[in-house]
Design a binder for this molecule. Structure first.
Ligand code: NDP
Ligand code: 2IT
Length: 444
């Protein structure tokens, strides 16, 4: 049995009932086989065993009182996965599906993603099975304050810097920051995605979606292609989806479909983003309303049907495993040329295989959605420097970072004899820096 196989087998045995963690680890470790073959010193140093074991897993109770005066109890998590190249960095997800397996898969992915940004940030992730849907502002605040009343002791601007993810946006970051500041009496960059009035960075809101489109554009340019006139499908209608849509449209693409967890809208004339923003950002409503407001648009219950709409470019921006092999097959049959992952692990392992076999240009999440966390690191730099950069300045840095990521994953894939395989390229390029740092630190 190879070193990679041994580590994977043991990981599954030691961490049963964690399917998402197994999935992410399988994808990553199998692609690292040629790297550990080239570096026998890694096995001697137990590097992979250490790489897949979080440095620290924190699990805690979050009690709060709802508007009817009832006591509610949720689970809270923070997985501080790897701090070899910088302080733990990664988002918080509030969604009823959240469990340790999901937080660990996200944390493992985050290590390599953060490495790919080229900035000094380690990997972490956290969250809760709290469901923000339908909650009042006061309930959201009560939950966030209770969550931070435990979390504050584990984080810090040079230790661990959380941010947003599904269900955690500007409002939640505001309440979390307010509570941290109250307890610690420190106005520091301990969270990113903060509001512009209290230390946030311009472009952070837009960064993941913009970065996704910047790297897609790089991959297209390298093939003499562009987004101009292309038909695009974007799943989700949250933070990442909305700003991916905005940037794709500004580069001349026609985005024809989006969804939320209930169903999808199809607008053959091109999505009117101001309507989506009003429904999702202002009213916190359902995407269904779009079809009631825009003539010619349709709404279909259920999410899966979105992938049957013919497109040139697919940008999954909602959640893990939203594209299975069947949906991937339909996308390929309908002629999709580029798939870039805005969400984390939106394609199953089998779906990735379908895309790669068909010659689709496939940009995996840890490269394609790294613009968000990269801009978070730019927010940290501005906080430390007690300064602000202009929108144009941050946006220009983001563009350079995404172009560098494309160049690096492309080069790593080529260097190991897997030209065009960006899953290999991203995992290898991300891992090498982390492995170097871990080797330098000795057995810790
Ligand atoms: P939001 O909460 O803003 O939006 C999430 C969107 O995805 C909503 O439209 C939501 O629909 C939909 N969604 C969530 N779960 C499901 C599901 N099970 N089935 C169908 N649709 C679903 O989150 P973000 O836009 O921030 O995050 C989206 C993805 O991007 C996640 O995978 C996240 O990890 C990833 N990501 C986010 C970054 C960021 O900076 N925010 C950075 C990098 C990656 P509904 O409203 O109905 O729940
Ligand atoms: O998955 C991700 O990269 C994020 N949710 C953003 C993390 C961050 O720290 O900005």
């Amino acid at each position: 049995m190879s070193y990679v196989e041994k580590v994977l087998k043991n990981l599954k045995k030691q961490n049963p009932n964690e399917p998402e963690f197994h999935q992410a680890a399988t994808e990553i470790l199998t692609t690292l086989a040629p790297v550990v073959e080239k570096h026998p010193e890694y096995e001697k140093a137990g590097l992979l065993e250490r790489f897949v074991e979080p440095e620290r897993v924190i699990s805690f109770r979050v009690s709060w009182v709802d508007d009817r005066g009832r006591v509610q109890v949720n689970k809270g998590y923070r997985v501080q996965f790897n701090s070899a190249i910088g302080p733990y960095k990664g988002g918080l997800r509030f969604h009823p599906s959240v469990n340790l397996s999901i937080i660990k898969f996200l944390g493992l992915e985050q290590i390599l993603k953060n490495s790919l940004t080229g900035l000094p940030i380690g990997g972490g992730k956290g969250g809760s099975n709290f469901d923000p849907k339908g909650k009042s502002d006061r309930e959201i605040m009560a939950f966030c304050q209770s969550f931070m009343t435990e979390l504050y002791r584990h984080i810090g601007a040079d230790t661990d810097v959380p941010a947003g993810d599904i269900g955690v946006g500007g409002r939640e970051i505001g309440y979390l920051f307010g509570q941290y500041k109250r307890i610690r009496d420190e106005h520091v960059g301990v969270l990113t995605g903060r509001g512009l009035s209290y230390g946030g960075s311009l472009v952070r809101t837009e960064a993941t979606g913009y970065g996704l489109v910047y790297i897609t554009d790089e991959a297209m340019k390298a093939r003499g292609d562009s987004l101009k006139g292309k038909t695009v499908i974007i799943s989700g209608s949250g933070n990442v989806a909305i700003y991916a849509c905005q940037k794709a449209q500004s580069l001349g693409a026609k985005v024809v479909a989006m969804y939320d967890s209930n169903g999808f809208i199809y607008d053959p004339d091109g999505i009117k983003l101001d309507v989506v923003k009003d429904i999702k950002e202002v009213k916190r409503g359902r995407i269904k309303e779009y079809a009631e407001r825009v003539a010619g648009a349709t709404y279909t219950e259920g999410c899966k049907g979105i992938w049957a709409i013919p497109c040139d470019v697919a940008l999954p921006c909602a959640t893990q495993n939203e594209i299975d092999a069947e949906s991937a097959g339909i996308l390929v049959k309908n002629g999709v040329k580029y798939v870039a992952e805005g969400a984390n692990m939106p394609s199953t392992l089998q779906a990735i295989e379908v895309f790669q076999k068909a010659g689709v240009v496939f940009l995996p999440a840890k490269a394609a959605n790294a613009g968000g966390v990269a801009t978070s690191a730019l927010e940290m730099a501005q906080s430390s420097g007690r300064t602000y950069w202009s929108f144009e300045e941050v946006d220009a840095k983001l563009k350079v970072i995404m172009a560098n990521i494309y160049r690096n994953i492309d080069a790593a894939a080529k260097a190991y004899g897997f030209e065009g395989d960006y899953v290999m390229g991203a995992n290898i390029a991300g891992f090498i820096k982390v492995a170097d740092a871990m080797m330098a630190h000795g057995v810790v």
